[in-house]
Design a protein around this ligand. Structure first.
Ligand SMILES: NC(=O)c1ccc[n+]([C@@H]2O[C@H](COP(=O)([O-])OP(=O)(O)OC[C@H]3O[C@@H](n4cnc5c(N)ncnc54)[C@H](OP(=O)(O)O)[C@@H]3O)[C@@H](O)[C@H]2O)c1
Length: 263
């Protein structure tokens, strides 16, 4: 019987690195996946020196068409099978969709949506055998259309919708599925997206560690949805009570104000 492992994508930085630490600290054997092998090795060293099992390193670019087959092969080669899959790798881009690079936006859809879907479905047999689950990192953005980050918000809306439906479908076979929807977290995400520091009100921000802990606990409890922080819970709930046209107007005005103050 292969050994159970937690696969964490996007583990070389930010929320993914924090999630890997939480799973390792809770006694799970972890496989760290991202492109930058050096960062993964440093994280594996630090997890090991904290007294936990040394994580496996998968330096794989998820943009490659054969990425998930490679992950599968690596797992089998090491006599491992996923008990938990943490789909965390993702990125955003700030700017008007018609003006941003189209290829980059399609690459975002590929990573945030296609790869997440592939990895959510590919290991369902082993997740069922191991009575494990899937933690999909969505966002507060999942609940709102996002003028100024239109494609990113749309990808995260997909992640939420898909994960909630999968939660329902896989529950009878004992597989937990949780959508983790953080508000702003200061990581490399902002630099990659071109988001200036002043973009989000500070009071909405949470640490990657806090978000990771909330996500882990929610998954283990079998929660469908985790939104870390009371302010972020309100930010996701209020727009559901208001007419969509009003929400869109408000968000467009906010995005315009931000882009003017950053000019
Ligand atoms: N930060 C926020 O404010 C925030 C809020 C809500 C939701 N989120 C979501 O949280 C998740 C993690 O974001 P973060 O803030 O931790 O961002 P981050 O610090 O930029 O980390 C992104 C991770 O994804 C990995 N990655 C990117 N492209 C990859 C590829 N092609 N193949 C493999 N790995 C890849 C990166 O590693 P390599 O570069 O080494 O490949 C890195 O480990 C994302 O899905 C994001 O949308 C973030």
């Amino acid at each position: 019987m292969p050994r159970p492992v937690t696969l964490v994508t996007g583990a070389s930085a930010g929320i993914g690195a924090a999630l890997a630490r939480v799973f390792a600290a809770k006694g799970h054997e972890v496989a760290l996946l991202a492109r930058r092998a050096l960062q993964l090795t440093t994280l594996a060293d630090s997890i090991e020196s904290a007294g936990h099992k040394r994580p496996h390193i998968l330096a794989i670019d998820l943009a490659r068409a054969d990425a998930s087959t490679r992950i599968d092969d690596e797992m089998r080669g090491r006599d491992l099978e996923p008990q938990y899959v943490v789909n965390n790798a993702g990125f955003g881009l700030l700017g008007r969709a018609a003006e941003l690079d189209r290829g980059e936006q399609l690459a975002m859809i590929d990573l945030n949506v296609r790869v997440l879907t592939d990895l959510s479905l590919r290991f369902v047999d082993s997740l069922t055998r191991q009575r494990g689950g899937i933690l999909n990192v969505a966002s507060v953005a999942s609940f709102l259309p996002g003028p100024g980050m239109a494609v990113y918000h749309a990808t995260k809306a997909y992640v939420l919708s898909f994960s909630e439906a999968l939660h329902q479908e896989l529950a009878p076979q004992g597989v937990r599925v949780t959508a983790l929807c953080p508000g702003p977290v200061v990581t490399e995400f902002q630099a990659r997206a071109g988001i200036p520091e002043s973009y989000f009100p500070r009071f909405l921000a949470r640490s990657a560690e806090r978000v990771a802990r909330d996500g882990y606990n929610g998954l283990m409890r079998g929660q469908r949805l985790v939104v870390p922080g009371a302010e972020n819970k309100i930010a996701t709930f209020l727009p559901r009570l208001l007419p969509r046209a009003l929400v869109l107007k408000f968000l467009s005005a906010g995005a315009r104000k931000q882009s003017q103050s950053n000019m």
